[in-house]
Design a protein around this ligand. Sequence first.
Ligand SMILES: [Mg+2]
Length: 411
Amino acid sequence: MIRKNDLSQAFLKPDTRVLFQIGDTAEYIMTNDSGVTPAQLRVFTACPDGKILSEGYRLADRPSVPGELKPADRTFADLAPGFCERTDPVTDGLLGLAVGDAFGVPLEFLPRSTVQKLHITEMLGCDCDLPFTSRWGDRIPRGAWSDDTAMTVASMTSIVEKNGEIDFEDIMKHFILWWNANRYSSLDFSFGLGNNIKHALDRFQYGMQPALQCGGKDFRDNGNGALMRMFPFSIYCIFKEMDDGETLDLIRKAAGITHANEINAMCCYVYTQFLFECLRTKNPALAYRCAVTDRKASYGELFSVETMEALALLFDGLAGSSFDKDRIRESGYVVDSLLTALYSVLHTENFENAILTAVGFGYDTDTNAAITGSIAGAMYARKGIPARWLSVLRKQEELTGLAKAFSACIG
Ligand SMILES: [Mg+2]
């Protein structure tokens, strides 16, 4: 069950300082205060304007207990400058998603063996002197993001325009606007539409099907095109403090408008749980234990035996140092993309290396890096995204503005 208060139960490294803001108040957790032992956390709860509501200390391995935090009457401005940091997981996750997408676009569909030989570490574009032949020829400039970000933006725009309501008919209309009218694109044309999504959009606009009946239900409909745009729906569940049943219901529908097979629902649900635990713990290994290992029996109750078997590798030591990453195939299959993203976050310690690892898996490089970037961006925050990548990202201000509006209407 997802609960807002769980977000304060952080297990932090001794030198980290974190603020996680959700709703109107936030909990600041500091461990570098001179009076704090490694087992202790200094904790504040505060309003967005910096007014401190309560403060005190608690042990790092358990939540605060009643009476431990005392009422306060001061602001963060009264503390030393730079004493605490604010993070905004919606903005940072969306920027991380877009950066990963843009980084992977030129390399899309290159084999893993080719990508690994290239050792690309900089954001490239088809307007650069590429050391390989891109599927996009010379059409896509550096910093341009594709369908993954565009459909995420389209979803968020719909939710903002509906004042925080999720209306799947309206979201599908926004998807149509993206593909038919070049809205929500980083360039003046749309690109990257996948087959599963094309069929779903055709059912919606030509077959007059309700949005929730447009997603393909067959096994072959298990592309990664729902997982790549799941970030805002997952954040919505977290911000709304939905329980497991409510979360699965929303995630299943959000995926199902384009991908209605149960394997897709489970992948998007696992992604949501892992994202939440990464935000809560700031510790990918612990997040994996909480979201995956400890919940295996729970997943078994929610999903069929066949679906659990399809995701067997998820539970088979993915976080371990001895895990052979070549067990994860290079494809556009949603299970492979989920495993690629989780592996890339689990086996790295910063945003940059998470993206480089995801891209190194080859094939669907932009989608894999977009999914990875949404988690890593939200967890490591904007300061963790390399400035040299952000500086060339297209429409960064629009993305930031949309994220702020989205946070405001779902908070
Ligand atoms: Mg794409």
